[in-house]
Design a protein around this ligand. Structure first.
Ligand code: NAD
Ligand code: MG
Length: 385
C-alpha cells in the first residue's frame, strides 16, 4: 500500500485523483488532504478516505473544520504553515494540485524530503523552475508530470539519449476562443472563457486555456522538465485533444501519446508509475472521431503565448513576473474588473515595469512575485478605465 498526500484535494485535479483512489482502496491510503476554503467538501473526503490529517488554508475556518470532523480521529489544522507541514509529513507520494504560485512552498517541502511528487501545479515551475529543479536534484525527489502534455512527452521521451531528440511538440486545443472573430474578443465573458470545448478544469486554468497563456506556461514547464532547449519546443493547435503531445527523433520518427481528454489517464499513469493501473477514461475510438486536424497558433490572437515564450527567452525574473501578473489579471477578469484582451496587456505592462533581476533564492522569488502582483494590481484601474 502506498500513502499519498493531496495538496488541493477539493479542486478538479484533486477530485480526479480521489476518484482513482476510490476505485483502488487496496492500493493507496491517504495521509493528508488540503484545501483553501471549502471546509465541508474537505471534511467529507477526509472522512471518506479516513485521512490522518485535513488542512484548510484559511485560518479563520479552523473551528468549522474541527466541527465538521467531530467524532473522528482525523487531525485538523489551518493556515499556510499547516499546508507546508502537511506536505512535509512522511508519505510515499504527494499530488501537488494547488493552483498558482500559492503551491510553491508546499510543493517545495515535499520535494525537499525526497518524496515522489505528482506535479499538476505548473505555476510552480514557471515562477521558480531553476530553483525547484535544483532542489529536485539535490534531494533525489522524483517529479512525475501530471499535466497531460508533459505526461505524454514523459511517456515517449528517451531520457537515456536526449541528443537523439530533435524537438518536442506540445499540442493545444486552442480553447473556446480559437475561432471567435477578433472584434468579439474584448467582450468575451468569464462564462464563455471557462467553457472549454474538451476539458473540465478549474476556473484559472480554463481562462489560461482561452488566452493560451496555459500553453505558454506549459512551454516553460516543459523547458524545466525535459533536457531540451527552448527552441526545440514547438506548439501545435490540435482542436480534438486526442494527441496529447509528441517527441520527434533525429531519424524522423515521431512518437506520440493519445487518449480521450480525461485527466484520470495521466494521473493514473503517475500514481502507478513505473507500472500502469486501470483508469476509467473513455477508450479512444478513432473510427468514430474520424479526423484529427492541426494548425499553427495565431500569435496575434494569442498574445499571451508570445509573451510567455519571450519571458522564457529573457529568463531571469521574467517568468516569475509573467506568472504573477497573469494570476492577478485572470482573477480580475473573472471578477469582471478586466476585459479578456486586457489580460495580455496587463501582463505585458507588468513585465515592462518590474525589476528583472534573476531571483537567486526562494525568498527572492517570493519577493519578486509579491512585487509583480503589486504592480499588476496598481495597473488594473488604468485598463478598467
Ligand atoms: P482548481 O481551482 O479546481 O483547484 C485548486 C485547488 O487548490 C483547490 O483544492 C483549492 O482549494 C486549492 N487552492 C487554491 N488556492 C489556494 C491557496 N491560496 N492556498 C492553498 N490551496 C489553494 O484547479 P485545478 O483545475 O484542479 O488545477 C490545479 C493545478 O493543476 C493548476 O496549477 C492547473 O494549472 C493544473 N492542471 C490542471 C488540469 C485540469 O484538468 N484541471 C490539467 C493540467 C494541469
Ligand atoms: Mg496541459
Amino acid at each position: 500500500m502506498k500513502s499519498i498526500t493531496i495538496l488541493g484535494a477539493t479542486g478538479s485535479i484533486g477530485q480526479s485523483t480521489l476518484d482513482l483512489l476510490r476505485r483502488n482502496p487496496d492500493r493507496f491510503k491517504v495521509e493528508a488532504l488540503t484545501a483553501h476554503c471549502r471546509v465541508q467538501e474537505l471534511a467529507a473526503v477526509a472522512r471518506e478516505f479516513n485521512a490522518r490529517v485535513a488542512v484548510i488554508g484559511r485560518e479563520d475556518l479552523l473551528a468549522d473544520l474541527k466541527a465538521a470532523l467531530d467524532g473522528t480521529d482525523i487531525e485538523a489544522a489551518a493556515g499556510e504553515g499547516a499546508i507546508i507541514e502537511a506536505a512535509s509529513r512522511p508519505s510515499d507520494m504527494v499530488m501537488a494540485a494547488i493552483v498558482g504560485a500559492a503551491g510553491l512552498a508546499p510543493t517545495l517541502a515535499a520535494v525537499r524530503r525526497g518524496a515522489t511528487v505528482l506535479l499538476a501545479n505548473k505555476e510552480v515551475l514557471v515562477c521558480a523552475g531553476d530553483l525547484m529543479m535544483a532542489e529536485v536534484r539535490q534531494s533525489g525527489a522524483t517529479l512525475l508530470p501530471v499535466d497531460s502534455e508533459h505526461n505524454a512527452i514523459f511517456q515517449v521521451f528517451d531520457f537515456n539519449a536526449p541528443e537523439r531528440i530533435d524537438r518536442i511538440v506540445l499540442t493545444a486545443s486552442g480553447g473556446p476562443c480559437r475561432q471567435t472573430p477578433a472584434e468579439r474578443l474584448p467582450f468575451i465573458t468569464p462564462a464563455e472563457a471557462v467553457a472549454h470545448p474538451n476539458w473540465d478544469m478549474g476556473a484559472k486554468i480554463s481562462v489560461d486555456s482561452a488566452t493560451m497563456m496555459n500553453k505558454g506556461l506549459e512551454v516553460i514547464e516543459a523547458f524545466h522538465l525535459f533536457p531540451v532547449k527552448a527552441s526545440q519546443i514547438e506548439v501545435l493547435i490540435h482542436p480534438q485533444s486526442v494527441i496529447h503531445s509528441m517527441v520527434q527523433y533525429v531519424d524522423g520518427s515521431t512518437l506520440a501519446q493519445l487518449g480521450s481528454p480525461d485527466m484520470r489517464t495521466p494521473i493514473a499513469y503517475c500514481l502507478a508509475w513505473p507500472e500502469r493501473m486501470t483508469a476509467p477514461a473513455e477508450r479512444l475510438d478513432l473510427g468514430r472521431i474520424g479526423a484529427l486536424t492541426f494548425e499553427a497558433p495565431d500569435m496575434e490572437r494569442f498574445r499571451c503565448l508570445a509573451l510567455a515564450r519571450a519571458a522564457l527567452e529573457a529568463g531571469g525574473a521574467a517568468p516569475t513576473v509573467l506568472n504573477a501578473a497573469n494570476e492577478i489579471a485572470v482573477a480580475a477578469f473573472l471578477g469582471n474588473r478586466l476585459r479578456f484582451t486586457d489580460i495580455a496587456a496587463l501582463v505585458d505592462a507588468t513585465l515592462s515595469l518590474a525589476d528583472m533581476k534573476a531571483p537567486q533564492s526562494l525568498e527572492t522569488v517570493f519577493a519578486l512575485d509579491a512585487e509583480a502582483r503589486r504592480i499588476a494590481d496598481g495597473l488594473i484601474m488604468k485598463f478598467a478605465a
